[in-house]
Design a binder for this molecule. Sequence first.
Ligand SMILES: *Cc1c(COP(=O)(O)O)cnc(C)c1O
Length: 383
Amino acid sequence: MQTLHEPPTRWAWAEIDTGALRRNTRAFKSLVGPRQRLCCVVKADAYGHGVANCAKVMHAAGADMFAVATVLEGVALREAGQKLPILLLSEPPQGAIDTLLEYDIMPSVYSPEFAWAYGERAAALGRVGKYHIAINTGMNRIGVHCTEVVDFRRSVDFHAGLECNGTFTHFATADDPDGWDHQLQCKRFTEAISALREAGFDPGIVHCDNTPGSVLNPAMHFDMIRAGIGLYGLQPCERTASVLPLEPVMSIRARVTHTCYPAMGEGVGYGFTYRVPRTRVEVCTLPIGYADGLPRVLSNRMDVLFRGERIRQIGNICMDQCMVAVSETSLRPTQEAEVGDLMTIVGRDGDAQITLDELARACGTINYELACGFGMRLEKIYV
Ligand SMILES: *Cc1c(COP(=O)(O)O)cnc(C)c1O
């Protein structure tokens, strides 16, 4: 057995490489100038990597602000001891206002009703409610329409309980920075910021670039970049990979919990979607399944690493377990695995590597979704 830190109660875990996380964070920090900020996006439990520990590493490596998707994610970050500003990337229900103020979480704002209620409550508590305005420049997800931002500020700015700390938009196609769609969003955002300034409004911290934008379109960095996926060492597209190399942070490991040699023709797993062929096959069970984020569509279509080599996953992936085959080959006539042997579902083992990108491609999705999935139930081990 390799000596690895691992959880005492389960032979499957997510290994989080804090050194890689630190270096990736520094790489993003070095993309911006000394007067610009790095906002680390840690929504969805830091893309499945565990927000409390990741935020500490990012803070030490140069983060200036954190962004979350839900109010409770912001609360978790505060309860983990984070003191940096926290930006909520959505406008929550008005019922969340007391929590925002109590935990010092800045909401994104785009409706006058929410702004008003937030300002009223803040003023009643003798506080000032900081917020960022979200501008819709073409993604059509959230935000004040780009032509209505000045009017929006006019309608809320007089409120003594409100303070605009920032103005931002989000890009739909930042992976194609030369494309017409992206150029149009950039133009609309730049014009909206100019219009605010001309009308005498201070936009606060101006920001729009996500990971691909930060890497591929530095002209749009403004006062802050909002990096997410890249911090975790995952590339949002092929183009960014050649500009900014990053180190994957998450590996997924498991140990064999059972082995057997079923006779030729016997099935493996629910529905017997795999049957043992003529050759002798050692069926090994790993205690990780689709409830741990290993997509069931990968059944019979993925490999895992064992002693630096690829072996096939066989049979339908179950909720909490899956099976792999250690087959005899002419090269390895007696390659046997034993209970307790280490296997790698994602990550490196010797010279071999399985990436989240490879798995994402095989199931027709993106690395973002797989990282979030693996974060949901597996224990995280920080190395
Ligand atoms: C998720 C998100 C980001 C981060 O995007 P990445 O592609 O992971 O860098 C930035 N801004 C907003 C508004 C987001 O929702």
